[in-house]
Design a protein around this ligand. Sequence first.
Ligand SMILES: Nc1ncnc2c1ncn2[C@@H]1O[C@H](COP(=O)(O)OP(=O)(O)OP(=O)(O)O)[C@@H](O)[C@H]1O
Ligand SMILES: [Mg+2]
Length: 188
Amino acid sequence: MEDVNIDENAPTPTPTTQVTEEEPVGLEDDADKIIKLLTRGIRERDIVSIFGIPGLEKTTLAKKIFKDSSIVSHFDVRAWVTISQSYDVRELLRIIYKQVTGNRIMLTTRLKHVAMEVKNCTNPYSPRFLTREASWKLLQEKAFQKETCPPELQDVGVQIAEYCKGLPLTVVLIGGILAKRKECLRVV
Ligand SMILES: Nc1ncnc2c1ncn2[C@@H]1O[C@H](COP(=O)(O)OP(=O)(O)OP(=O)(O)O)[C@@H](O)[C@H]1O
Ligand SMILES: [Mg+2]
């Protein structure tokens, strides 16, 4: 079955963060939980919301789940819709219902009250902040890509990862800056 691309003449969305095509770090547990919620056998239409502050990997998590083989094989049709902040949630849901006869919707939003408003069966889900280990792993990936972190930079690297307070967006941004200026790490 084919995926459905929905285009209802909505204004071009301007996502604030770009989700990487690389395999995301440390999302397996969150993804497994949500996949179970999406594929469990309840009859009612259900909306599984993922909410949280900007850069808390909501979209990254949703994308990983959307592409997961168990989701691909479970649903006949999948649709991915991106909307701008000014879009009317009720109108959006109406459009999706009209075009896709499915019964599971996964929604990401920064606003808890939006998640609460559309809640049907499943409680909204908020991704956890990254652990120290996951932050450091992600920082290394972004700063050193395929290379490994030189031993003399380990301590300062771990400290920088900690300063990011577990927010993936911060880790990714700082990792990107460090990748361009690896000398910075040597100077710190
Ligand atoms: N676990 C992860 N591994 C690798 N990169 C990640 C991970 N989580 C998030 N990122 C990266 O961090 C950035 C922010 O993530 P994302 O866009 O998913 O956040 P968001 O919660 O959807 O933010 P917004 O509220 O702006 O929509 C992206 O560049 C994404 O690729
Ligand atoms: Mg997002």
